[in-house]
Design a protein around this ligand. Structure first.
Ligand SMILES: [Zn+2]
Length: 594
């Protein structure tokens, strides 16, 4: 078998001879495609652009990925898949210049003490090898990459390393920062007058944010260390190391972000917080909440990314069930609770368990033009035009309790209180409910029944609990399996039993697992879904709440009257192939106290 030459003609000839492409189609393309297009696109990109299907296997589209696989096999090179989070951009781009790399369509992707791995797009053009051999002085391995991806990463990696270099030793000048403004719409990269040094820092910050958005990150962490700064992203709840920045540039990057968030740049010893509004590459408004903390090596910054699409799941398009990932029965219970005219509904769970999403999404559903929805929050996590939101401000003694008092004078129908953590707030919530308002709030407890114990503990008498509380939902988030690479598998029924202890239900026939693919960056998971323990306070259950409240008896009664505990709710998601037993066990361990 002759090797194909990596030209349009050469590749098409090989594809025709292997019965992958029809001869007529190949001839048509070679006669149609202009010299201009040949110059700017890789032959595989031109062929993939025709959107043909495999000649002898018509179900299979000739995608760029499939064609790249084919060329890798043909040229006996390993196929390379980019995972930018795993690449050391600085050392990769130090091997060769941008001009040289783009001329030959190559990109160094891995540099270790013993070898250099170079991704290529043309496996038969190896003129660059001799020269690089002399420079790197260690064995070079070539791997084949998708030509479009390589081109994109080439530009991205060289522009970020150029910005890092340019930023060099120059510290960022300080700008006036005494502007009081809750939100400031900042268009990335357009900052008015910036001098040359600043522009590099601006580019780095832009790149970090755009990169975080494209990787679906929920948080960006910028952490100063003695020698360098670390940038890490949290994606689907797990931290990933992204980049190491020299210490002095880290400081400038942090200053730049502080300016964007209207923080006091000069203040480095006190924790501060702020917010930034910016635009994603596709033009959607994204809000970032910024928090600084002094550490041994300087200020650490965390940017939480509030993508409104993610935080307020689109109700109209999805409906409550899909938006929150509720099972049918759960959706009925929740809908019934939130459509009551007055009373208190509590959402419980640890930080990061999706309580805010549940509250915002439900409030958004309730916020029709006929009702007045008011909130008191600390902090306001997402600015929603349909609500009247108030921020807790301790310096002027505006806390949750006084906030509710103020809201009550504002003729509200529905009130959302960020959190009930003291007696005053609880009393105000009860009073609001007794005077005909629907109150939604959160509480820090591990499960739904414990919310009653918590309310009693902070001093709410049992008769007021039964008079006002509509129900409690405890929730957690579990990662959902990647739809691209998940498949059914058999499993050990003992594992199932361990998950649903101390109950027994018959295990499903199959559960799903995922090996990881390009879509999910080899993690096997994309996105998260809530699991819910829904406890509606029926009249029968209210009988169990009195001054001699006993949590264990109460929990038993709640379950007897239909409450599905968290681990069983999670098991339902496992049985439906949405997540794994391990994921549920991580957030909802089995109960032994029953
Ligand atoms: Zn996958």
């Amino acid at each position: 078998m002759t090797k194909p030459v990596c030209t349009l003609e050469g590749i098409l000839e090989a594809l025709v001879s292997e019965d992958i492409v029809e001869q007529e189609k190949a001839s048509m393309v070679t006669s149609l495609v202009s010299a201009q297009v040949r110059k700017s696109l890789h032959p595989l990109e031109i062929i993939a652009g025709r959107q043909w299907n495999h000649k002898s296997n018509p179900q299979q589209p000739l995608s760029l990925d499939m064609l790249t696989d084919w060329l890798a096999e043909k040229s006996e090179l390993s196929r390379y898949h980019f995972d930018p989070l795993k690449m050391d951009v600085a050392s990769c781009t130090s091997i060769t210049s941008y001009a040289y790399a783009s001329r030959f369509g190559i990109l160094p992707v891995k540099v270790t003490a013993s070898e250099v791995v170079i991704a290529v797009t043309d496996p038969y053009r190896l003129e660059w090898m001799d020269e690089l051999d002399r420079i790197v002085n260690k064995p070079i391995t070539t791997v084949l990459a998708n030509p479009r991806e390589l081109k994109n990463y080439l530009i991205e990696f060289y522009s970020i390393s150029k910005a890092m270099e340019g930023a060099g030793n120059k510290a960022l000048g300080e700008l006036p920062s005494n502007i009081q403004n809750l939100e400031q719409l900042i268009e990335l990269g357009k900052t008015g007058k910036v001098d040359a040094e600043d522009q590099h820092i601006v580019s780095i910050v832009d790149w970090l944010m755009q990169y975080a958005f494209s990787q679906r990150a929920s948080d960006i962490h910028i952490e100063p260390r003695r020698e360098q700064g670390n940038v890490r992203f949290r994606i689907d709840g797990v931290m990933h190391q992204v980049y190491e920045i020299p210490a002095n540039i880290t400081a400038a990057v942090i200053s730049r972000i502080k300016i964007m968030g209207r923080l006091d740049v000069a203040e480095k010893r006190k924790p501060q917080d702020g917010r930034i509004k910016t635009l994603s590459p596709d033009g959607a408004e994204i809000e970032l909440r910024l928090s600084s903390m002094p550490t041994a090596f300087g200020e650490k910054l965390v940017l939480r990314i509030f993508d409104p699409e993610v935080l307020v799941k689109n109700f109209a398009a999805l409906g409550l069930e899909k938006a929150l990932g509720l099972e049918k029965k759960e959706s009925t219970i929740w809908n019934d609770m939130i459509s009551r005219p007055y009373g208190i509904i509590l959402v419980t769970g640890p930080t990061g368990s999706g309580k805010t999403t549940t509250l915002y999404t439900s409030l958004k559903h309730l916020a029709t033009p006929e009702v007045n929805v008011c909130t008191i929050e600390d902090p306001i996590e997402l600015v929603e035009p349909a609500f009247n939101q108030m921020q807790v401000q301790h310096n002027i003694r505006l806390d949750f309790a006084t906030g509710v008092k103020t809201l009550l004078r504002q003729d509200p129908d529905i009130i959302m209180v960020g959190e009930i953590r003291d007696r005053e707030t609880a009393e105000m919530a009860v009073q609001a409910a007794l005077t005909g308002h629907l109150v939604l709030s959160t509480l820090h407890t591990n499960d739904a029944p414990s919310a009653i114990a918590r309310l009693a503990e902070i001093g709410v008498p049992s008769y007021l609990i039964t008079a006002t509380l509509i129900g409690v939902v405890a929730q957690r988030l579990v990662r959902t399996l990647c739809p691209q690479c998940k498949h059914e598998t058999s499993f050990d029924p003992l594992e199932w039993q361990a998950l649903i202890k101390p109950w027994t239900t018959s295990p499903p026939d199959k559960i799903a697992v995922a090996e990881g693919c390009l879509e999910c960056r080899q993690t096997g998971f994309i996105g998260r879904v809530g699991i819910y323990e829904m406890m509606a306070l029926s009249d029968e259950l209210k009988q169990e709440i009195d001054d001699n409240f006993d949590l264990i008896n109460f929990r038993k009664a709640a379950i007897r009257l239909g409450m599905k505990p968290l681990n069983l709710a999670g098991a339902q998601k496992v049985a439906r192939g949405l997540t794994t037993i391990e994921e549920v066990l991580k957030v909802a361990p089995p109960r032994y106290d029953l």
